[in-house]
Design a protein around this ligand. Sequence first.
Ligand SMILES: Nc1ncnc2c1ncn2[C@@H]1O[C@H](COP(=O)(O)OP(=O)(O)OP(=O)(O)O)[C@@H](O)[C@H]1O
Ligand SMILES: [Mg+2]
Length: 286
Amino acid sequence: MEEYITKAKTLIESLPYIQRFAGKTVVIKYGGSAMIDDDLKLSVIKDIVLMKLVGLKPIIVHGGGKEISYWMSKLNKQSQFIDGFRVTDEETMEIAEMILSGKVNKSLVQLMFQQGMKAVGISGKDGATIKVNKKYINGKDIGFVGDIKTVNTELLNVLLESDFIPIVAPIGLDDNGDSYNINADDAAGAIASAMNAEKLVFLTDVEGVLLDPYDQRSLISEISVDKAEELIQDGVIAGGMIPKIKCCINSVKNNVTQVHILDGRVDHSLLLEIFTEKGIGTMMVK
Ligand SMILES: Nc1ncnc2c1ncn2[C@@H]1O[C@H](COP(=O)(O)OP(=O)(O)OP(=O)(O)O)[C@@H](O)[C@H]1O
Ligand SMILES: [Mg+2]
């Protein structure tokens, strides 16, 4: 009996959070190795199912960098990165689209289905949701990598209104209709801003922003825009964390109320963040 009362109390404790977030859009960027382990994947999906059932409107934007690199090496192609962005020639673009829009996207839709949820997997191409310009890094051409120009929220709104969970692969079109690979963090950030999301959460394969990448105790739990910019300058924030932090900065500047970087390897980190007082990972503040 005691055990059941404790369970009921736990449920009641989440009531204020459920009330606060009901009807609100939450964008979840899902990436890193948290997306490779099947048990963890299921645990993340279940968290999102629960969020949806208590009235939040989740939108998932996924990456798949590790999976793309794996298939690139199987096809004897080298992966090359500049500032965390994948250099994308025509063949790499083809592989990226097959992995992202095909394999990764549909596996998430399938997991949702197995949990009794209606999800629709799209890429930024569908409904012309994401339009891009070619991205240059310090003037350097890195191929078919897109800088997001516009997000058209029409299709996403239709899906949300009809109670579907949208799952978005980070691919967009330029004005000529060519396909571009987009960093998934960029896509999540732009979608969160365009949808006026209440929360933007990055689920990744690290505890959050670390002052020393080799020491997990150096986690920064709250980071300001100025501090984040300083850490990028100093090279403390590097690689795949750069686009993530830049998106956090843009998002808090664009009225997304709360932006978090969480460890997707921790069971139920999403639920902990949304439905409890306990702050985990790194939160960005204005
Ligand atoms: N200061 C830092 N603190 C934490 N992680 C850092 C830092 N600097 C660089 N990183 C790296 O950033 C990585 C996270 O970005 P990464 O792009 O690899 O994953 P992701 O964005 O979650 O996945 P995907 O790119 O597949 O969507 C970490 O695994 C870590 O190696
Ligand atoms: Mg990344």
